[in-house]
Design a binder for this molecule. Sequence first.
Ligand code: GDP
Length: 323
Amino acid sequence: MTKKALITGLTGQDGSYLGELLLTKGYQVFGLVRRSSSSNLERINHFSGDIQILSGDLLDQSSLMDAITEAQPDEIYNLASQSYVPLSWTQPALTAEYTALGVSRLLESIRRCKPDARFYQASSSEVFGQPDESPQTERTAFRPRNPYGVAKTYAHWMTVNYRQKYNLYNCCGITYTHESPRRGTEFVFRKITHAAAQIKLGLANELKLGNLDARRDWCYAKDAVYAMWLMLQQEQPDDYIIASGETHSVRELVECAFNCVGLNWQDYVSVDPAFYRSDESVQLVGSINKIKTELGWQPQYSFEQLVEVMVDYDLKKISKNGA
Ligand code: GDP
């Protein structure tokens, strides 16, 4: 029988990759899309004919109940949220409405309308904030440091509580930074691969960056969404960290990207204090022991391969469309 999946946040980076993955696996895919973002279909244009869009909003419980009743999904993936950390400081209440209470509404809707649906909640490494240990594991204490992390922490524990109280099949995946050609250039990974491609093609001649020593645990969004799907295929629901398990510095990233286009990064990159962050003492890195051992998951793409994929994409895209 054809499996059905409902994805919130379908138009985002992860939602679009997950939608593609589930279509290749033969699922009937439904996407919950806010009316206001319905013009923002760029990431899913190439497969929008194969999916069904349902209108709904995490702020409105009745719209969630309607969507679940209509789709009758076997699996529900909650990838929608207000996810921009700086905005969570200027709009903390709205962040809580979407990222925290939105999950309460969704859990209640599932409990009432489709309690046998399997549920994936997108938790974030931001729940660890200032962690006591590194690498972090599924048992590391949550110490969020911004309203987004606080909201994700609430959502995480509500998902776990609904699993315990109502015996629902609920899972939280704690994802670290994950990148792809569908990322915006405001994020440093895409900023660098895009700039390396532009410089190679003679369309730019410099790149200004902030802290070159900053380190991140980067993995490919395609690898991350595969882990999300895998988590919902198990006998028992559980929570897992989804990460690469290693960190790399911005310096290594820039070096690797410029190597891909055959240029020496030091000829083009300068450091601009405008891109420095004030609070950067913490470096998050996830332990992937649990997901590796229990589900047999690990990233298929190395750091270098991910850089290559993104530089190649940017070279092709810029060559085709111009800068
Ligand atoms: P996020 O902080 O994980 O959401 O992702 P970013 O891609 O925005 O930043 C990753 C790291 O790169 C941070 O530690 C930044 O301090 C560092 N970084 C260094 N130069 C830049 C830059 O020019 N832009 C951005 N966005 N980050 C930079």
